[in-house]
Design a binder for this molecule. Sequence first.
Ligand code: PRP
Ligand code: URA
Length: 211
Amino acid sequence: MPAAPLFVPNHPLLKHHLAALRDKGTPPPLFRALVCHLSQLLFYEAARDLRLTPVTVETPMAACPAETVADCVGLVPVLRAGLGMADAMLEMLPEASVWHLGLYRDHATLKPVTYYNKLPANHGLDVGFVLDPMLATGGSANEAIRILKAAGVPRIKFVGLIAAPEGVAAVQAAHPDVPLYLAAVDDRLNDIGYIVPGLGDAGDRQFGTTC
Ligand code: PRP
Ligand code: URA
């Protein structure tokens, strides 16, 4: 099966906000605002194929044919760093459900460890968006996607901010049906699994836990 598309929109606003996000001098409050801007710009692209249903609304002037989102949408932030992305997307589509998924990378093995899973059994979702700003080795993304597939989510998309080529290749190999939406694909991983040039630790920078 050929891999689903990798979308890296070539948009000046994405590049502008990404530059500030990467800057080591950007403090957590601004970092969170930038995660929000970037996530909303990417969600605009990733949500492009959501199905619509026709409705009629009454404007102050007349009845007006309109359309609303028909798909049942789930936002699946990978804790911790995906939380800011979910908040940003909920502002755009407040009807979406949010399923929290706790994964962390074991520092020695770089393998994902699942510690929290709030996915409901009878969800009725049409599409699930896995949200994680950093796609490094791809282990966390692959595990999150595997969990959604096991829960029977029929369409899955991954939205991230910065990826390493190794992570993109790993997700495309394991889940060729899942399209990827990213603001940038960087040069490489370093020997402790961090993306270079990247932005450092997305969770720490978002929540002010850098020592
Ligand atoms: C980071 C990031 C991803 C993961 C990416 O989380 O937010 O979830 O690493 O790495 P991978 O592609 O190699 O799996 P981390 O484990 O640092 O957890 P945290 O957000 O709780 O700090
Ligand atoms: N997680 C991060 O937060 N940053 C990286 O570069 C890799 C994994």
